[in-house]
Design a protein around this ligand. Structure first.
Ligand SMILES: Cc1ncc(C[n+]2csc(CCOP(=O)(O)OP(=O)(O)O)c2C)c(N)n1
Ligand SMILES: [Mg+2]
Length: 538
């Protein structure tokens, strides 16, 4: 077999059924191997950034790693932005970057597609990567990446695969060479669990803060919330780990206008699981957190990074939540009635958002009414999505995605395509502005080619509106660079062979989405929208 066939075999062994990418002379051996592999669906995108966002969306929808495939040089740099988003949001994407042949890659001779230092370029947006020196090593390199996805913070990995190794012959016996890669995540020491449980028992004003790293622990955390009667606030990525309309849920506490921060400042003991205390959760680190923080994270570098941890525990969120449950079931919870009128805080918060951005709240509330709980919503950065997020009540983890870490425009639509390919059984909707959509709108071609019934909503204010509003706020009457002359989006969609429609008010978006869910291909819905000050300005 060839190195490329070994690669495909190993990916398949790890459960990979879809690869997003673009062919070129350096990776044709991989495409050829994929031709003989009906179990792996090959999706050809319109640029490598789209491929990487789709792999990210696929990963978010399944909880398993997504894979993208590029040529060296421009393929790698095109994908970089999307890999950067996956890195910032801890989404497991495996990037297969093909490479010049082993003999030439080290020679800086400006060869075709040569990127001077692929390792350095990809190193800034991945947790790990490898360039195998022999074709036989390809299988082990794949195993190593999957081991890291499983046992470490699930950030992207890359394999830089030289052209000659992909077509080199390897002995099929290497397929049996499956070293024990079942290294485990560091297990949580019992003494730490007991210390955390004691601190929670002694707390008068305990608070649970849940981040994106805790989604696999959802079942145990829900039980813990009920057992301890502990109020819970979630970050944007943790949204829905506990149902946001649970009587103890303060909802997602991100962005300055959201009142969850009061709880963060008042609590005397904070159990933070899979949270990085990032800028949106902490209003750019201005919250005065004085309670004792029990910080649990798989990534040791996160503990105490921004907020000093009274008790720092490196470990898996699910394991920790289960271990805490054992403690409280055995020795009693000790924590009594909730100290906070959670529902009143939640209502005040909703009223505050509604006052600032009534259309955004009405739109997202309407979408929640028409979309079943298991639907997947992918957001770009835009006024309606930023403001409306707090009004979209999630009852399941990982159903509302936002490019929270890197903040890149152009994420929502391709990520939604990748997600819908993974989950044809659930509605998948992308919410973009007129500016952000065109960063990757050409992937409509991919959606049409693959017949993906994804719904793209475009909120059109003919501007990079949130930035324009920010600009007007900081530099009154000195607007520059933020107005847009948008295309006719309906005709744009139709030019790709997709269905396009326009509604005359954002309030009609939910009904238009509901109708689009019946369509068997992609639908683009354009809606006019007002400009509002972005939520990062109080
Ligand atoms: C790749 C990238 N470039 C620039 C920005 C800065 N930025 C943030 S929001 C925004 C405006 C987005 O405009 P649009 O998608 O139309 O949404 P609107 O704000 O108008 O609702 C811009 C330019 C960004 N987040 N990402
Ligand atoms: Mg706009």
């Amino acid at each position: 077999m060839t190195g490329a066939q070994l690669l495909v075999e190993r990916l398949k062994a790890h459960g990979i059924d879809t690869i997003f990418g673009i062919p070129g002379i350096h990776n044709l051996a991989i495409y050829d191997a994929l031709l003989d592999e009906p179990a792996v669906h090959v999706v050809t995108t319109r640029d490598e950034r789209g491929a990487a966002h789709m792999a990210d969306g696929h990963a978010r929808a399944t909880g398993r790693p997504g894979v993208c495939l590029t040529v060296p040089g421009p393929g790698v740099t095109n994908a970089l932005t999307a890999i950067g988003e996956a890195y910032a949001d801890s989404s497991p994407v495996l990037m297969l970057a093909s490479q010049l042949s082993t003999g030439t890659v080290a020679k800086d001779r400006e060869d075709f597609h040569q990127l001077r230092d692929t390792e350095a370029v990809l190193g800034s947006v991945t947790q790990w990567g490898s360039r195998p020196a022999r074709a036989e090593e390809i299988g082990r390199a794949v195993d190593e990446a999957f081991c890291r996805f499983e046992n470490a913070r699930p950030r992207p990995c890359y394999l830089d695969l030289p052209l000659d190794l992909l077509s080199a012959t390897v002995d099929p016996a290497v397929l049996d060479d499956r070293p024990d890669h079942t290294r485990c995540a560091p297990s949580v020491p019992l003494a730490d669990v007991q210390r955390a449980a004691d601190a929670l028992r002694e707390a008068s004003l305990p608070l649970l803060v849940i981040g994106g790293g805790a989604w696999k622990a959802a079942a145990s955390l829900r039980e813990l919330v009920d057992l301890l009667s502990i109020p819970v606030v979630m970050t944007s990525s943790g949204k829905g780990v506990v149902a946001e309309d649970h009587p103890l849920s303060l909802g997602d506490g991100w962005m300055v206008h959201q009142l969850g921060r009061e709880a963060l400042e008042q609590a005397d003991v904070i159990l933070a699981i899979g949270v990085r205390f990032g800028p949106l959760t902490t209003s750019w680190w201005t919250r005065r957190i004085s309670g004792k923080v029990i910080h649990v994270d798989i990534d040791p570098t996160e503990i105490g990074k921004h907020t000093p941890a009274g008790i720092g525990i490196v470990g898996d969120a699910k394991q920790m939540a289960e271990a805490l449950l054992v403690q409280f079931r055995e020795r009693g919870a000790g924590v009594r009635r909730p100290w906070l009128d959670v529902v009143a805080v939640r209502d005040r918060r909703r009223a505050a958002i509604r006052e600032r951005a009534p259309e955004a709240v009405a739109t997202l509330e309407g979408l929640r009414r028409v979309l079943p709980d298991e639907s997947l919503v992918f957001n770009d950065i835009n006024g309606i999505a930023c403001w409306g997020a707090g009004a979209f009540v999630c009852r399941r983890p990982r159903t509302f995605h936002y490019p929270i870490g890197f903040g890149c425009l152009g994420f929502a639509f391709p990520a939604a395509i990748g997600a819908k390919l993974a989950r044809p059984d659930v509605p998948v909707v992308a919410l973009s502005g007129d500016g952000g959509f065109l960063f990757s709108g050409h992937e409509l071609a991919t959606a049409v080619q693959e017949r993906v019934p994804v719904v793209a909503v475009i909120f059109n204010d003919h501007a990079y509106g949130t930035i324009k509003a920010d600009q007007n706020f900081r530099y009154p009457n000195r607007s520059i660079g933020s107005d847009l002359r948008s295309p006719d989006f309906v005709r744009y969609a139709e030019a790709f062979g997709a269905r396009g429609c326009r509604v005359d008010s954002v309030l009609k978006v939910p009904d238009a989405v509901l109708a689009a869910l019946e369509h068997d291909g992609p639908t683009l819905i354009e809606a006019p929208c007002p400009q509002a000050l972005p939520p990062w300005i109080e």
